[in-house]
Design a protein around this ligand. Sequence first.
Ligand SMILES: C[S@@+](CC[C@H](N)C(=O)[O-])C[C@H]1O[C@@H](n2cnc3c(N)ncnc32)[C@H](O)[C@@H]1O
Length: 199
Amino acid sequence: MTVFAPLVPPYEVVVADPPWRFSTWSQTNQDIGKGAVAHYSLMILEAIKELPVAELLGQHGFLFLWTTGWAMATGQAHEVARAWGFEPKTEAVWIKRTASGKVRVGTGYIARSMHEPILICTKGKSGRLGFPSMFDGLAREHSRKPDEFYARLAALTPGARRCDLFSGGVERTGFDGWGGKHAGRTARRNVVTQIEASP
Ligand SMILES: C[S@@+](CC[C@H](N)C(=O)[O-])C[C@H]1O[C@@H](n2cnc3c(N)ncnc32)[C@H](O)[C@@H]1O
């Protein structure tokens, strides 16, 4: 357990919010600050797939993989889940709300982004969960995921051990965080290689 230090497996619930690199988007747009790379380092698909997430699980468990419309449409989200040893089963969507309760309309070339999808996957016999396929949550800073999601998931999995990969240093009650501020030196060093290796 080096890459994921200081996490202590096994976990039954893994949430992951990878720094997806939208490879078909023009590099110019990413560089001028419209893309995620203006906020944090990105990882190419192969680098995300290579993460030894399977080491974090025991025999059974859930993966909640935060993804994007394009990663769902191209199958990249499914590829990552399978590479990590999970089977994609269903999805849920976060309806992004403003503080006044309206749906927040974001950017997008073909579809304007008003939600974020989560690919829900299982490993082994994970059992029933009853997570809502759609939920509201306050949209805040770029990429920041809503507290409502973590609270719902924790309430539905009492007693489970949970971790939050690519937490960006955000502390979530009931989840051990890793990634961003929590990332170890190995992960940080890999970022440079990953960006340089990008198409
Ligand atoms: C989509 S953001 C996560 C946002 C976070 N879940 C939240 O709710 O605020 C992806 C995160 O991955 C981190 N990251 C990028 N490359 C990484 C790497 N190689 N290892 C660990 N973390 C990395 C970024 O710093 C960023 O915080």
